[in-house]
Write a protein that binds this ligand. Structure first.
Ligand code: FES
Length: 173
């Protein structure tokens, strides 16, 4: 085992109003995920300290995990890395491997985590509004449909309905 280089990497795992909740992130065993993260060891055999946190402010990316560099990693230029949408087991495996290899500042970010890098300033993507032209076109389409003469089938149905009414009236007499 190599020499122990100061403090190890640390993890901050968000467990606030959204992260770690079945309502916002269904289909994930959040307890098991936290246990899995809490069992990560680095290359020196040190278990990585895990701290849970209240909402980190980017709920739309739940579950959020922040990886703090080790002391050595920090000295090498590593900075905290925010990871969002950490919901799959494969992502936790990749995180485990990364920390084992040294984490921020010492080992390159695994490809599997590249799409999950985020920041505390991440902005929630706005819902795409339909352009006004599309709305106007839809209104026009509806108006045309309303003005269109009834189809053949519709006429038949109407006649049948009328016949039925007449029949009922006759029976009453
Ligand atoms: S609950 Fe995790 S970012 Fe809000």
């Amino acid at each position: 085992m190599g020499e122990i280089d100061g403090r190890p990497c640390r993890l901050t795992v968000c467990r606030g109003c959204c992260c770690g909740t079945r309502k916002k992130v269904p289909g994930v065993d959040h307890k098991a995920q936290l246990a899995r993260l809490s069992a990560i060891d680095d290359h020196a055999g040190r278990t990585v300290p895990v701290r849970t946190s209240k909402c980190l402010g980017i709920c739309f990316q739940a579950n959020v995990v922040v990886v703090q560099p080790s002391q050595k990693g920090h000295a090498a230029g590593g900075r905290p890395v925010w990871l969002g949408e950490m919901t799959e087991d494969g992502l936790l495996d990749a995180l485990d491997d990364w920390i084992f290899d040294g984490g921020p500042g010492l080992a390159p970010l695994p490809d599997a985590l590249a799409d999950h890098v985020t920041s505390k300033d991440a902005k929630k993507p706005k819902k795409r509004k339909r352009p006004k032209k599309a709305k106007a076109a839809e209104k026009e389409r509806k108006a045309e449909k309303a003005a269109r003469p009834a189809k053949k089938g519709d006429e038949k149905k109407r006649r049948k309905k009328d016949k039925g009414k007449k029949g009922k009236r006759r029976k009453k007499k």
